[in-house]
Design a protein around this ligand. Structure first.
Ligand SMILES: *[C@@H]1O[C@H](CO)[C@@H](O)[C@H](O)[C@H]1NC(C)=O
Length: 319
């Protein structure tokens, strides 16, 4: 995509969004807006009950609250731009705003992966090492664990984003997406972006591979421990305390693998004339993961359900 005006550098990008399919814009606007509102609502409720109900003052719910908070930040970091792109076809966005948006939504995604790994460790300790659990998972441990997820996610993504934004952008400034998603932006660079791709692959191995391996190994130990429990009733109960996390982790990683794990498609047309599904990466919001997290947890968890119920019925919270 070398162009003649090599020297003119790009100061703003154009987000293509769904402008090739104007008839779909209203439908998707309503769909995405309502998904977003429900996401805010159910994550908000989860944050509220885990703060207000003293029965939920445990490491697991601290992590869940953090996950909900993260999900809210995550969806917010891209949904406003997506909705705006439906209202303003071929929306222009300044270079710097694009960089900020890329950083925010990418960083939240990376943080979420690390946090899910930390949550697997928490469940692992609770089930395989119940006697040492209160000592190992003290407040002095779980608060820094969550904080380091945020730090690790933001640091690497800061590196990725600044590497990407240092590339020269000269001719084409039409982003084939709803947001400034990093792969879509890298396609427009008029220099070799293989360093960026390599560093993203390395980061993916670290941020996707290690947590996945960690979760996998944790669950091997957890299942082995559960199978040793003699009473069937207790076995089932123990299994239930970690199945919610398992489900959420599987859903999340499936989506990430789907988005970034597939090979880059060769696209001679620059991909601009193709249909909406080929045209853009499915924004994570559509996958419903931030929407589903609190539902997965609260529907499967008696403790959380009871807490929501007492919040709704305005019972006094016992200390
Ligand atoms: C999430 O964790 C960080 C770091 O431990 C903490 O500062 C923050 O308050 C937590 N957020 C919520 C909503 O609990």
């Amino acid at each position: 995509m070398e162009s003649a005006n090599q020297t003119a550098s790009v100061t703003e990008f154009i987000l293509l969004g769904l402008s090739a399919h104007p008839r779909l814009e209203k439908t998707f606007f309503v769909l995405i807006l309502s998904t977003y509102l429900v996401t805010l609502l159910d994550n908000g409720v989860l944050i509220l009950v885990t703060i207000l109900d003293s029965r939920l003052h445990k490491p697991m719910y601290f992590f869940l609250r953090n996950l909900s908070f993260l999900d809210i930040c995550y969806t917010t970091s891209s949904v406003l731009l997506i909705l705006d792109s439906f209202l303003t076809p071929r929306k222009t966005i300044p270079f710097s705003a694009c960089a900020v948006q890329m950083f925010l939504s990418f960083a939240m995604g990376a943080t979420e992966r690390v946090l899910l790994g930390m949550m697997a460790f928490d469940r692992h300790m609770a089930i395989c090492n119940p006697l040492r659990y209160p000592e190992v998972m003290s407040k002095a441990a779980y608060v820094p664990m969550a904080a380091s997820s945020w730090a690790a996610g933001s640091t690497t993504v800061m590196m990725q984003t600044s590497l990407a934004m240092q590339l020269p952008f000269c001719g084409d400034n039409v982003i084939n997406n709803f947001t400034c998603e990093i792969l879509a932006v890298l396609k427009l660079a008029c220099a070799d972006s293989s360093i960026n791709i390599i560093s993203m692959v390395v980061a993916n191995v670290i941020f996707l591979g290690i947590p996945v391996l960690f979760i996998f190994v944790s669950y091997v130990f957890i299942i082995a421990t559960i199978l040793k429990i003699p009473s069937a009733e207790r076995r089932k109960k123990t299994f239930r305390t970690c199945s919610a996390h398992q489900t959420a982790a599987v859903i999340f990683y499936r989506i990430i693998l789907f988005m970034y794990g597939k090979p880059k498609s060769k696209d001679p047309l620059g991909g601009r004339q193709t249909g909406p599904c080929r045209q853009a990466h499915l924004p994570l919001l559509w996958s419903g993961d931030p929407l589903l997290n609190p539902i997965i947890y609260s529907l499967r968890n008696k403790e959380a359900k009871a807490a929501v119920r007492s919040l709704v019925t305005q019972k006094r919270f016992t200390q």
